[in-house]
Write a protein that binds this ligand. Structure first.
Ligand SMILES: [Zn+2]
Length: 111
């Protein structure tokens, strides 16, 4: 029982020595975060019209309205059936009826 107490005291002494040692050397260190400014580089831009579309992708794309193949005309994919113009944004064809230009809209807006 007495030996156990001695062991505990010894362990406490080592802990005290270790804490003192580590606190003494860390006085000059600065843990201030340098360069971690919260200013996010907001490089968000609206996707540009156009871009390269994978020909294999182009081959399997179809008009969502009437399932007809589309052909590329400038920055748009044009349905051969309903003549809707699906925009290509950053090389990604947007095959959405809501996003497509109707033939009337396409005629009004210069390509
Ligand atoms: Zn169509």
């Amino acid at each position: 029982m007495k030996r156990l107490v001695i062991l505990l005291v010894a362990a406490g002494g080592v802990a005290w020595w270790w804490r003192r040692r580590s606190s003494g050397t860390g006085s000059g260190e600065s843990w201030s975060s340098t360069g971690a400014t919260a200013s996010e580089t907001s490089t968000f831009e609206p996707p540009k019209l156009g871009g390269d579309v994978d020909p294999e992708l182009l081959a399997i794309l179809a008009c969502p309205l009437d399932k007809q193949p589309v052909t590329r005309q400038g920055n748009y994919l044009v349905c051969g059936e309903c003549q809707r113009h699906y925009p290509i944004r950053d090389g990604i064809p947007v095959m959405l009826i809501d996003e497509a230009l109707t033939p009337e809209q396409a005629a009004a807006a210069p390509a």
